[in-house]
Design a protein around this ligand. Structure first.
Ligand SMILES: Nc1ncnc2c1ncn2[C@@H]1O[C@H](COP(=O)(O)OP(=O)(O)OP(=O)(O)O)[C@@H](O)[C@H]1O
Ligand SMILES: [Mg+2]
Length: 315
């Protein structure tokens, strides 16, 4: 019986019984009242039960929709990765041919004007090649499809390689480029992926030069902790460039993130370098971060632990 109908009926029944006299009537009246209250509670319980059932149904529905959305997002992500991976592979082959042909033409040409144009073409093609490689790396890193090499190497060759590549760029802006590392650390045989380590260093050091207009860029490598089997080392890339505000520091290291994303921005690039550096350092089990003061400069740093290689045999 619905609550609204039950209530006036009970009142009428109680009124009729109250007109009669005798103890039995009083017992009947209170039994009737208790019965009625029980019914009311029963109805309230049923209503609460129904509301609970409805809430549970809503929760199940939301869960189902979230699962479907996650599944669709996963499918879209995989399709995007497959597309990017295929496209970058397809772009690489003709680009290699273009670079090869430009090199040949460059070395066969004796005309100074032609050489100038061929050099410009080569530089542009190399920038494009780097971008394609970066996009492919990022896609593979995000899809967990990139694995790290484990080979023996020493820091000295790796560090010199990175610095030599960057020296012309620093010199063109009259920016000093220094390396600070102890001989002991730089000649310590290590085991790891030196190519990926140098990629991280290159990305950070090339940023340091790009976002500085004067001063120096210092690459400092220090050993934080050493055991018989491994060395925990820290790489600091210190610049005297434009610096980054505390708020902007939080946005760094995300895919395609550039602090100045306007079309009129002064610096080239696609916002991939730091994201790749972060993925690689995390894959190596390390940590990457930045300390910066706007207008004064930044120190990007990362720390990784590398296994020691066998000591070179005495000659
Ligand atoms: N040393 C630095 N000083 C000041 N800002 C920096 C520095 N390094 C990075 N940034 C900021 O972080 C952004 C992201 O850097 P990231 O290396 O990922 O991209 P990019 O250099 O713009 O392009 P890409 O590396 O893909 O060629 C940069 O656009 C810049 O705004
Ligand atoms: Mg960069």
């Amino acid at each position: 019986m619905p609550f609204e109908t039950a209530h006036p009926l009970r009142q009428r029944a109680e009124a009729i019984l109250a007109q009669r006299s005798g103890p039995n009537r009083r017992i009947e009246a209170s039994t009737l009242r208790l019965n009625h209250e029980l019914q009311v509670h029963q109805i309230e319980l049923e209503m609460q039960d129904e509301a609970l059932r409805q809430t549970q149904a809503d929760i199940d529905d939301a869960r189902q929709r979230a699962a479907t959305a996650a599944e669709l997002a996963g499918v879209a992500d995989r399709a995007k990765e497959a597309f990017l991976s295929t496209m970058t592979h397809e772009l690489r082959t003709p680009l290699h041919q273009v670079l090869g042909a430009l090199d040949l033409a460059r070395w066969q040409s004796t005309n100074a004007e032609q050489i100038k144009w061929l050099d410009r073409c080569s530089a542009a093609a190399k920038t494009l090649q780097r971008l394609i490689d970066d996009v492919l790396d990022l896609t593979q890193l995000k899809a967990n499809r990139l694995s790290l090499d484990r080979a023996e190497f020493t820091l000295d060759l790796m560090l010199q390689g990175v610095l030599d590549t960057l020296r012309p760029r620093a010199a063109a802006k009259s920016i000093g480029l220094d390396l600070e590392v102890s001989t002991q650390l730089s000649q310590q045989p290590l085991i790891g992926d030196s190519a990926r380590l140098s990629q991280v260093l290159y990305n950070l050091a090339s940023n340091a030069i790009k976002f500085s207009s004067e001063g120096r860029v210092t690459v400092r490598v220090t050993s934080i902790e050493e055991t018989d089997l491994s060395v925990l080392m820290r790489f600091d890339i210190i610049d005297t460039g434009i610096g980054i505000s505390a708020d902007d520091c939080k946005r760094l290291f995300r895919d395609f993130e550039q602090l100045d994303s306007s079309s009129t921005r002064a610096f080239g690039g696609s916002g991939i370098g730091l994201a790749i550096a972060r993925y690689l350092v995390l894959m190596m089990g390390g940590k990457i971060s930045v300390d910066s003061t706007p207008g004064r400069g930044s120190t990007f740093w990362f720390a990784v632990r590398l296994d020691k290689g066998p000591a070179p045999a005495a000659t």
